[in-house]
Every structure is written in C-alpha cells, then in structure tokens.
Design a protein around this ligand. Structure first.
Ligand code: ATP
Ligand code: MG
Length: 309
C-alpha cells in the first residue's frame, strides 16, 4: 500500500532524515516515535507530497509522491502538528468546503459530512461555529476534514498533543476504528506508552534514522534482554536484599517500598522459576513475584540516546 524507499531530506548541509525504508499494509496503524527534532514531521510531510525529498521516494498505491502528487494527495489525509481553522464559519460549512475542494459532488456532500461528523463524535456540533469548539473538538474537526475524501492513508502528526486524557483515549479509539476500516494510519508522538495499545507496529526514529521497527511486542523483546522482576513479601525486604546481592543472574536490585524489591534479572524463564522456588524453600513469605514487561517508554529510552539534533 505504502512503500517508503530510501527516503531522505537535507536542509542545506544538514541531514534531517537519512534514508528510510519501510512498507505499510492496509489496516496497519504505524506509530512513529521520536523525540523533538528526530525527523518525524519532515518524514510525514515528504510522504504527504508537501516537501520534496532530497533522496528516495514514497509510493502510495502505485503513485509516486515525487511525480504523481495529485494522485497521491487524493488518496491521503494529512493532519499537521499545527493547524489553523477558519473560525467564522460553521462546522458543517467547513467540512463542506473541504469536501468540495476534493471534488466530492454536491449531492454526496451532506451524507459524507454526516458520516465524518459521526465518526469523530461531533454530530451535535454540526451547526456550531468553529470558534465555539473546544481545543479537543477542533482537533477532531481537523481529523474529520482529513476524512471527507475517504483517503486510504492518514498521516496524523502528533494528533494527541494538547488533549486531555479523556479526549486522548477517545482519539485512540477513533484511530483504531480507522484501522479496522482498512485504512493505513501513520501517527507520530513522543507520548510513547500511549501508542503501544493500539498501534500494530512502531518505528523509533532518532536523528533522522530508524533505530527499530516492527510489532510492539517484537521490538520490546528484541531490545530488552534483561528482565525486571518485582518481588513483594509479607515482611520487610531488607534481609532478602542482602541475601540476593550475591546470587547469580542478578545484575541490580532496588527497594521500591518497605516490602517490595525490584531486581534486574539476566536469566531466562527457567532461572526465574528456580529463583522463586529457592525463595520459598528458604522460607521467605512471597506474596508476589512478577516480571514487569518492558513498555514502550523503556524501549524508547533504550534505543535512543536522547541526543537532540
Ligand atoms: N525548514 C527547515 N529548515 C531547516 N531545518 C529544518 C527545517 N525543518 C526542520 N528542520 C530540522 O530538521 C530536524 C527534524 O525536524 P522535524 O520537524 O522533522 O522533527 P520532529 O521529529 O517532527 O520534531 P518534533 O517532535 O519537535 O515535532 C530538526 O533538527 C529541525 O531543526
Ligand atoms: Mg514534528
């Protein structure tokens, strides 16, 4: 569906995006993660055919962004990180305007507008002025605008920024719904753990380079080779901490509470089972023994060095 081939951008002598290669399928929700200045917006704009690549290209449904931008734009919706809305018009007029720009016929437009308003949960605001909408509603209206021409690819540049937790969770639901409809979605963010639960794959970009890419679970596994285990006892963990210090496979330990201990464990599952048996046999009153799986935040911190361009 989308093929990104050796895509890169230099600004003068400065390389903002090196060379990116990846493919996305219909229904795929790709989380594009990176810190400030990593190259997310630059990449998204090149795919949107709004910024000319210095090298490589992206091909959407067989159409090349460099040479067939009109065809490409017909097939994608782009929600920029900063957007302005026309304030003195009504919500439906705003959508009607953009639908007509995308050559949606006058006969079809009312139906299309109702559909995108329903999808973005804005139906009740149809006759309100754009200026009367809250920030979160404006964000959703911007997304609704991206949907009027029924695009196959959605490029959402930090759509969750500035939203409250509830609005964010609603946005996640909406993005997941778009994926279920078979659309391909690229969503950028630095709010990492948030992407994990609804993205089908993630890519971590740093200084214009993809450091890791793949399904969330796969990436976490490939990158985090040591495990963090949390142990909770019925009694103080002071003695246990002393006891474990010298044991094999234990790289580090930290008291996270009077009765809880977190250990960095280098062994595999068999060694974990052994350790638990050992603790119980030795007489420690173990209430919990849990492996804390690495979340996207851990993965991100591990992959990136935090360098800012
Ligand atoms: N028009 C431009 N001219 C020169 N340099 C630019 C231009 N636009 C972006 N850059 C540089 O390219 C790099 C990547 O910027 P980009 O906006 O793609 O990052 P980003 O990942 O979207 O960051 P953020 O999370 O802050 O939005 C940055 O170092 C930035 O300063
Ligand atoms: Mg950006």
């Amino acid at each position: 569906m989308l093929e990104v081939k050796g895509l890169g951008k230099d600004y003068g002598g400065f390389t903002a995006v090196k060379t990116l290669d990846f493919n996305l399928e219909p229904g795929e929700i790709f989380g594009f993660i990176g810190s400030n200045g990593a190259g997310k917006t630059t990449t998204i704009k090149m795919i949107a055919s709004l910024l000319e690549p210095t090298r490589g290209t992206a091909v959407l449904d067989g159409f090349d962004v460099r040479t067939q931008s009109i065809e490409v734009r017909r097939r994608l919706g782009y929600m920029p990180d900063f957007f302005g809305l026309y304030e003195d018009i009504k919500v439906w007029e705003y959508l009607d305007f953009f639908a007509s720009l995308y050559s949606v016929s006058a006969r079809e437009r009312p139906g299309v507008i109702d559909t995108v308003l329903e999808l973005t949960d804005l139906s009740v605001k149809k006759d309100s002025f754009v200026s009367e909408l809250s920030r979160g509603m404006q964000q959703r209206l911007c997304l609704a605008k991206c949907l009027v021409h029924d695009p196959q690819l959605l490029l959402l540049d930090e759509p969750a920024s500035g939203l409250d937790p509830r609005a964010r969770s609603e946005l996640k639901g909406l993005i997941a719904e778009l994926g279920a409809m078979g659309k391909t979605v690229i969503v950028s963010s630095h709010i990492l753990p948030e992407l994990a639960d609804f993205c089908t794959s993630v890519g971590i970009i740093e200084q214009g380079e993809l450091k890791a890419m793949g399904p969330v679970a796969e990436i976490s596994q490939a990158i985090v080779e040591e495990h963090v285990i949390e142990i909770r006892l019925l009694e103080s963990v002071d003695e246990l901490a002393e006891f474990l210090k010298e044991k094999p496979h234990i790289k580090g330990l930290e008291k996270t509470g009077p009765k809880t201990l977190q250990i960095e464990f280098e062994g595999g599952e068999a060694q974990q089972a052994e350790l638990l048996k050992y603790l119980i046999d030795t007489g420690y009153p173990v209430i919990e023994f849990i492996e804390r799986t690495a979340n996207l935040e851990d993965v991100f911190l591990k992959v990136t060095t935090g360098a800012v361009q």
